[in-house]
Design a protein around this ligand. Sequence first.
Ligand SMILES: Cc1cc2nc3c(=O)[nH]c(=O)nc-3n(C[C@H](O)[C@H](O)[C@H](O)COP(=O)(O)OP(=O)(O)OC[C@H]3O[C@@H](n4cnc5c(N)ncnc54)[C@H](O)[C@@H]3O)c2cc1C
Ligand code: SF4
Length: 502
Amino acid sequence: MPDPNGFLRYDRRLPARRPVPVRIMDWREVYPPAGEELIREQATRCMDCGIPFCHDGCPLGNRIPDWNDLVRTGGWDAAVESLHATNNFPEFTGRLCPAPCEAACVLGLGGQQPVTIKQVEVEIADAAVARGGLRPQPVPAPTGRSVAVVGSGPAGLAAAQQLARAGHAVTVYERDDALGGLLRYGIPDFKLEKRHIDRRLAQLAAEGVRFRTGVNVGVDVTAEELRAEHDAVLLACGALQGRDTPETPGRALRGVHQAMAHLVAANRVVAAAGEGRPALATLPDGTPIDAAGKHVVIIGGGDTAADCLGVAHRQGAAGVHQLDLYPEPPADRDAARDPWPTWPWVLRSYPAHEEGGERVFAVAVQEFVDDGTGQVRAVRIAEVTVEKVDGRRIVTALPGSEREIPADLVLLAIGFEGTEEQPLLAQFGVTRNGRGAVDARPDWQAGADGVFVAGDMHRGASLIVWAIAEGRAAAAAVHAYLGGVGTLPAPVDPGRQPLAAR
Ligand SMILES: Cc1cc2nc3c(=O)[nH]c(=O)nc-3n(C[C@H](O)[C@H](O)[C@H](O)COP(=O)(O)OP(=O)(O)OC[C@H]3O[C@@H](n4cnc5c(N)ncnc54)[C@H](O)[C@@H]3O)c2cc1C
Ligand code: SF4
């Protein structure tokens, strides 16, 4: 029975973030632990609603009111168990998820203060580690069936863990030198320190999952070879095809880069430093790329852009502008446009925005300006309006609104165009749809018989929570395909969409 007055007694409170001048001197996470007193107080605000709308916001179907009440009463071991019943990696979602569950929380109705669900989640996940570590689960007798998982992001890893726990022999193939997908070299350490991934990987390995890094499936090993070795294959290769702007004059200048090239290079330097190895941030062709002392312009308004902002400040940028095509969103939910409990279009400020830089809304780059030597020296921007006509985006520049912003380094964080075109696709008989994603049949199969797809590769660039949900659901489908005993949980089907009003 929850505390009926909890939300009346306590306001929503989050732990204080580490001070900006301190945290931009290192790469460690921005949030310190909340502490038991604060987190029990915040869990007490949950009303244990008759219809918990938070469930509808979360694709994993997390049992949010249950674990809120367990935290309130100090039942940490049971809270750990309840959280892991629906989520393989709550330490990732608790740190990184934008929390559609909070947008759907009943306490958020009418612009009020939702429960700090995500903070409670991360504290439970960390309690699991503090109270004896991430112990491997006992594995049942082997089924004799084997599965290849291609891609070690959250979708692939969630599927691998589910299948190994059902007794199948699972091998994860990853072309990179380290496991974790975008969590490893895409997302910076100040959002997710990599020890969290390593701990979880140790658990998976102890449960029998085998890992093969540095293997580019489709190139180093063919689909035919993989299929000869395994009874089923799950493709979870992400949606890593970065959108570009080749038509903008000056795109080929030195100093204009894809954001992911910069982020991955920067995160590799941090990883090397952690291992005591010196490293330089360089592009795959060896070109150095570093924001130190530079005027940086980031084009785009999402997660990738905010991550570039935090990285630029930690590298010592002289100044940063972040440009967004769209007008500045409102501070609060517009109920006519995005009624509760849907995900609202509001101004989202990440911790990186506290650290400096200037956000410029409703502008588009007209030209990357040459300094006369082939190096970018500025971006020329114009104020714009954006409208949708027949589903197409029409961007109109306002005459006379053009101006220049100084730029030595320009990072394109303008989204992704689906999964990469690569030899693996044709070899497994799968094709990209109009969005660059791979469609799945209702049983998560795509292309040839016994070939499954999940995560960003299927959904298009999305969120970690969706990747885990799809990985779990695809694992359930693989288990059924292999004739496994019983059923595994399948929180979503391939057609499931986020809560929407229309
Ligand atoms: C910069 C950035 C920041 C983000 N921040 C957030 C955030 O804060 N919160 C959030 O919820 N989401 C965030 N996201 C989105 C989130 O990271 C993705 O939705 C999620 O990682 C998708 O998981 P996935 O397993 O489908 O694919 P990925 O994580 O992309 O993993 C796919 C893996 O497949 C491997 N692979 C591809 N082809 C092959 C092949 N042929 N052979 C072997 N391996 C292969 C790739 O190397 C990669 O490791 C962010 C994304 C980016 C780019
Ligand atoms: S909707 Fe909010 S208050 Fe209601 S059960 Fe979920 S977290 Fe608790």
